[in-house]
Write a protein that binds this ligand. Structure first.
Ligand code: AMP
Ligand code: DBH
Length: 539
């Protein structure tokens, strides 16, 4: 296995194989098999482009040859930052066939994040689109190349300028190495709690198991049509069951450039979409948009909502508005995914975040001392299972804190389990803000702000928000003359961080409230800002 990754202990691996979870299949083979079985069927739709399984499979082989010709080889890490385009799938599967590992960056990441991924993963290549939503990724690539001299290749989908154009890389197929199913297939990103995102190594065996199980739970088959509105590199639309689960089932993926009802509703109508996945804020926008459109959305069978807590009040409106089944999804890139089942009662679907997808998922709910809490009580969620990692990539010290000695992952989520075994998310004990599904690690942004000469200290907390659920508020203790809010925001933008990490609000404060042991009390700060928001709403 790739150096820096933690394997499952032998007895667990044996059990997961014996029980038929891990079946020895790789992504490369999976696509080949689907192409052999459903060759002429459409795998992917993007605008007016329709790509069959056979064509996708062949393009993957040709691109794999081109990538190999650049010297990209087994175990190389390749930072992949593409929006929802057909090439995302070609590149992804080409890398899988070579045995090189995509690192799944998001389109919203900027130079700070991308440089870190490239450096930390010692990436040999970085793959981008030319321009997207007015942003020029080649400019970003120039910056990253300057910071990371070891990065050898920048490959561009579109106008390549001084870089390598992907169109030049479709070559005659060559033999590719034999890939082992227990090898790491790619590195996914964590939302991050302490500082920067951690990298999550997922194997072919474990991830394909999660796709297969997810596809079964969502009843996907070759007639399913999955609409991807969230960025497909994210674990949720990638795998729960997402685009890869759809390919697993031999269905069809429809790519949208974003979640606007204008685009998405037209695609649902035109392509007869059967299932799609949203985060809570988007679900709210869609609910409100239905009244003012007359698209035929009758093909939609399942609307998934996950990534952040979906309020029961809003959840109730899904079935009457869309005449389809709501499915709540509570998952994490580290592994464990919970689903409400399609035939669950409305009560369960509206009020819970689902139950683990696999009978082999182990769940514990514990207090601060890792003792199990009583039935129905709230506690920290720990989990272990056939598709939950045993450690982050190259993070020994952090792993000692994030995993128990017997291999349970500390999710940082506070949950309770009801009598039927369904989980209800009650909060969080990790230093993270969940901005409508986008995770912000407080410490990462605090560190950026601390680099400003007029910032003495800073603490970032969540504040309640009707639309996103939570937004970020930075409490700043100034050094000398206080900077302005716009100074600080500009400063952060110039440091090249993703826009969703820029604090929504900045409050200046003289000193921080403290806990009994003299640490900054974020709990108190959350109260301060919540009360302030409350009083401004009322006045
Ligand atoms: P990440 O570690 O970045 O993959 O984010 C996973 C985290 O997102 C989980 O640990 C939860 O904190 C949060 N999350 C995902 N889905 C839900 C959901 N349906 N309800 C509440 N929180 C969720
Ligand atoms: O938020 C997540 O990371 C997430 C949500 C739903 C996830 O990774 C998943 C399903 O697989």
């Amino acid at each position: 296995m790739l150096t820096g990754c933690c394997e499952w202990p032998k007895e667990f691996a044996e059990r997961y194989r014996e029980k038929g979870c891990w079946r020895g299949e790789t992504f490369g083979e999976m696509l080949r098999e689907r192409a052999e079985k459903h060759g002429d069927r459409i795998a992917l739709t993007s605008g007016d482009t329709y790509v069959s399984y056979a064509v996708l499979d062949n393009k993957v082989d040709r691109l794999a040859a081109g990538l190999r010709s650049l010297g990209i080889k087994q175990e190389d890490r390749v930072v992949l930052q593409l929006p929802n385009v057909v090439e995302f799938f070609e590149v992804c599967f080409a890398l899988f066939r070579i045995g090189a590992l995509p690192v799944f960056a998001l389109p919203s990441h900027r130079s700070s994040e991308i440089s870190y991924f490239c450096e930390f993963a010692e990436a040999t290549a970085y793959i981008i689109s030319d321009k997207q939503l007015g942003f020029d990724y080649r400019k970003l690539a120039r910056k990253v190349k300057e910071k990371v001299p070891t990065l050898q290749h920048v490959i561009v989908v579109g106008e390549e300028e001084e870089f390598i154009g992907i169109h030049d890389l479709y070559m005659n197929p060559v033999n590719q190495p034999q890939i082992q199913s227990n090898d790491v297939a790619f590195l996914q990103l964590s939302g991050g709690t302490t500082g920067l995102s951690k990298l999550i190594p997922r194997t072919h065996d474990d991830y394909i198991y999660s796709l297969r199980t997810s596809a079964e739970i969502c009843k996907l088959d070759k007639d399913s049509v999955y609409l991807a509105v969230l960025p497909v590199a994210h674990n949720y639309p990638l795998s729960s069951p997402g685009v890869l689960g759809t390919l697993y089932a031999g269905g069809r993926i429809v790519l949208a450039s974003g979640g606007s009802p204008d685009e998405a509703f037209s695609l649902i109508e035109k392509e007869r979409v059967t299932i799609t996945a949203l985060v809570p804020p988007l679900a709210m926008v869609w609910l409100d948009a239905v009244a003012s459109r007359n698209n035929d959305l009758s093909s939609l069978q399942v609307l998934q909502v996950g990534g952040a807590k979906f309020s029961a009040e809003v959840a109730k409106r899904i079935r009457p508005t869309f005449n389809c089944t709501l499915q709540q999804v509570f998952g994490m890139a580290e592994g464990l995914v919970n689903y409400t089942r399609l035939d669950d009662s409305e009560e369960i679907i509206i009020h819970t975040q689902g139950r683990p997808m696999s009978e082999f998922d182990e769940i514990r709910v514990v207090d601060e001392k890792d003792h199990d809490v009583g039935p129905g009580q709230v506690g920290g969620l720990l989990t272990r299972g056939p598709y939950t990692i045993r450690g982050y990539y190259k993070a020994e010290e952090h792993n000692a804190k994030s995993f128990t000695s017997d291999g349970f992952y500390r999710t940082g989520d506070l949950v309770k389990v009801n009598e039927q075994g369904y989980l209800i998310v009650e909060g969080r004990d990790k230093d993270q803000i969940n901005r409508g599904g986008e995770k912000v690690a407080a410490e990462e942004v605090e560190n950026h702000l601390l680099a400003h000469s007029a910032v003495h200290d800073v603490a970032i907390v969540s504040m309640p928000d009707d639309y996103l659920g939570e937004r970020t508020c930075a409490f700043v203790i100034a050094r000398g003359q206080a900077p302005t809010v716009s100074d600080l925001k500009r400063f952060l933008r110039n440091r090249g961080i993703a826009a969703y990490k820029i604090p929504d609000r900045i409050e200046f404060i003289k000193s921080f409230p403290q806990t009994g042991v003299g640490k900054v009390s974020k709990k108190e700060l959350r109260k301060v800002i919540a009360e302030k928001l409350n009083s401004t709403v009322q006045s």
